[in-house]
Design a protein around this ligand. Structure first.
Ligand code: DON
Length: 322
């Protein structure tokens, strides 16, 4: 699905900042008419989101912000939240090893909500970017009450974005009343001693976390904070210790696209994370982050247009790591 058009801008002319906005506009125009895929509907409220919406944002590691299309439209962050909560767990426990020891690191090669993945190796085959590992990550946030845990998570995302964020209540209620699968996963984790707080409270905080609203610009700033070694390049605040950033990006590269992570690494070669709200965030370390939002998804739950737009931007700017 990739277009190989011209030599990478990075190698062609060094860092020419004007190229970023231009390439983003190109990506938007190229894929604006694409209608492949369909909205997620297993969370009923997501099926109602206008499928025509298409927003792109690029934020450089030195804080320049570029947008195209519906970059201010708020959508639910869904699974794009998962690497950030994993980062918060590392920060809270003061050690990246907590993820390795208490959750797992290996890509499952299976869908994001797979119960089989959890059963195969007695819950050790999961990682913090699939539902099971993400629910376990929430349970590792140090808090006296679920509300306090959620406030920590939201507060952390807000420092990453440099702006206040809100839960999209309709999506939260919609998922909370239809998430029997995630509740089953939490109880299975409990059975294997791989969840570290009350299972149902952990699922509820996880569901609220997934329902936090962001726009493409805010998401790109969150990603640019990773690209910039944990310092938000817009607010200049150090949000995350630099030592955790490579760990998060490694997880994103190996598991960010679920059972399509290999194909994404092969074709694009950038750490990235997708969400069923239609968002995708990709990070080019030390350079920039690109966020895209388009609600229509493929079978793996990855936004088709967002995927294509980011692949195009990466190709044009020569961002691929390999
Ligand atoms: O738990 C769920 O199913 C959703 N809250 C998030 C899943 C998701 O975003 C998968 N991503 N592509």
């Amino acid at each position: 699905f990739l277009l190989f058009l011209s030599p990478p801008a990075w190698s062609r002319s060094g860092i020419d900042t004007d190229i970023f906005g231009q390439v983003l506009q190109e990506a938007h125009s190229l894929f604006a008419a694409n209608t492949e895929g369909a909205n997620a509907d297993y969370i009923p409220e997501l099926a109602k989101v206008d499928a025509a919406l298409f927003g792109l944002a690029l934020v450089t590691a030195d804080g320049k912000v570029y947008t195209a299309g519906d970059a201010e439209h708020v959508f639910t962050i869904q699974s794009v939240s998962k690497p950030f909560t994993a980062a918060l767990v590392m920060r809270e426990h003061g050690d990246a090893k907590v993820i390795a020891e208490k959750i797992g690191l290996e890509p499952t090669g299976l869908p994001f909500n797979s119960v089989l993945a959890l059963e195969l190796l007695k819950a050790r085959s999961v990682n913090p970017l699939v539902n099971a590992g993400a629910i376990a990550a929430v349970s590792l946030i140090l808090a006296d009450t679920p509300d306090q845990g959620f406030d920590k998570i939201k507060g952390f995302y807000e420092t990453l974005a440099g702006e206040e964020l809100d839960v999209v209540e309709e999506v939260y209620r919609s998922e909370a009343s239809t998430n029997q699968g995630n509740r089953a996963i939490a109880y299975l984790l409990h059975r294997y001693d791989r969840i570290y707080a009350d299972p149902m409270e952990s699922v509820d905080v996880y569901t609220k976390q997934c329902s936090i609203g962001v726009n493409a610009r805010q998401l790109a700033i969150m990603g640019a904070t990773l690209a910039n070694g944990g310092i938000n390049p817009v607010s200049k605040q150090q949000v995350l210790d630099a030592e955790y950033v490579p760990r998060i990006l490694a997880l994103m590269l190996t598991a960010g696209f679920y059972d399509e992570s290999g194909a994404w690494a092969f074709n694009v070669g950038l750490p990235a994370k997708t969400g069923v709200g239609g968002g995708i965030l990709a990070v080019a370390p030390a350079k920039l982050a690109v966020a895209a939002f388009s609600p229509r998804l493929n079978q793996s739950g990855n936004s088709i247009r967002a995927m294509r737009a980011i692949a195009y931007v990466s190709q044009r700017l020569g961002l691929g790591l390999f």
